[in-house]
Design a protein around this ligand. Structure first.
Ligand SMILES: [Zn+2]
Ligand SMILES: [Zn+2]
Length: 334
């Protein structure tokens, strides 16, 4: 029995209860980016969502080193995405089971899958199809508004910072394991390089966020992000290289104040990933002051709440209704 003087252990389960964020700290968006901006974490999550639970299975399926797998599982457990369940005592064997919070991330992995197969040429032929069990069809996810049921596009959303929102508070705290040069980044699996180019770097994701909110000029990006000009220039160039942004107008050299950087169709197509990730973040991380972002679906006027729907039958998708179609079954497609 616990004596009166013993400190009360905080036994709130992060797997089912939203995390409370202290006033002034990194907000929900920053916390989400810090967690999901890691390719190994996304790959483990993807396998877990398909039913993988054991250490050895993750090791085989993700082609990951022991050290990286151990550290990522620990992070995911600490952040409440996975729960470690001991199923055998001698020797001790445990499995890693997704919590409610972890399972809630399925729309993010589905939205990434859809963007990669549509817009990243080398993935068009390699990513498996997904089938919607409810209608039996291979589907694509459609971002929809839960109020009016219409398709949501980035231009249809009015967004402004809420009480815990600012660029500064929306970038994850820097971590030593992230390196600025992706060519030497051994922390990456290299499977989703373009998603990671956007998501896996604290400045990149903020820059895409700024583009989605309509910023186009170099100086505006620099000011909003509070990032060094050389870094902004380097990120803008990288996004132009992968075709997510395009430079318009006069462009002389390097950090040119006169060029404007606009999202391409490929850039706009990434919006569902951003939308479902922010939706998840704002549900699971609650800042004391209030939300980071206040969004409205302009066509219907409702506060924005999104869902992914099936493009074949229009029903809302649920993680449990999504089946991976093994590539071997698709030989006839070729
Ligand atoms: Zn709507
Ligand atoms: Zn369907």
């Amino acid at each position: 029995m616990r004596s009166v003087s013993e400190p009360v252990v905080d036994d709130v389960d992060p797997g089912t209860v939203p995390t409370r964020l202290d006033a002034g700290s990194t907000n929900a968006i920053g916390r989400m980016l810090g967690l999901l901006g890691d390719e190994w974490t996304l790959l483990i999550l993807q396998r877990a969502l398909r039913g993988t639970t054991r250490y050895g299975q993750f090791l085989d399926e993700v082609a990951i080193s022991n050290a990286v797998l151990t550290s990522r599982l620990a992070t995911m457990e600490r952040e409440g995405l996975l729960r470690r369940v001991v199923y055998q005592e001698r020797p001790v064997r445990a499995e890693y089971v997704l919590t409610q919070r972890g399972r809630g991330l399925w729309p993010v992995t589905i939205a990434i899958w859809d963007w990669e197969r549509r817009w990243v040429p080398r993935h068009a032929a390699t990513l498996p199809a997904m089938r919607h069990a409810l209608c039996g069809q291979n589907f694509a996810p459609v971002l929809t508004c839960t109020s009016c049921r219409e398709v949501v596009r980035s231009g249809d959303v009015h967004a402004e910072w809420g009480p815990s929102g600012s660029w500064e508070r929306s970038v994850p705290e820097s971590t030593t394991r992230r390196r600025s040069d992706p060519r030497v980044d051994r922390t990456s699996a290299g499977l989703f390089p373009e998603t990671m180019a956007i998501f896996g770097n604290r400045w990149s994701s903020a820059l895409i966020g700024a583009s989605l909110r309509g910023l186009t000029r170099f100086g505006d990006f620099e000011e909003a992000l509070g990032a060094p000009p050389s870094l902004v220039a380097e990120r803008l160039r990288a996004f132009c290289d992968i075709g997510v942004l395009e430079a318009r107008g006069r462009r002389t050299s390097g950090a040119d104040g006169r060029a404007e950087y606009h999202l391409t169709d490929k850039g706009h197509a990434f919006y569902p990933v951003v939308a479902v990730a922010i939706d998840w973040a704002q549900h699971w991380y609650a800042a004391e002051e209030g939300p980071a972002l206040v969004q409205r679906h302009v066509p219907c006027g409702a506060a924005l709440a999104v869902a992914l729907a099936c493009d074949q039958c229009s029903a809302d998708l649920h993680g449990s209704d999504i089946e991976v179609v093994p590539r071997a079954h698709r030989r006839s497609d070729r």
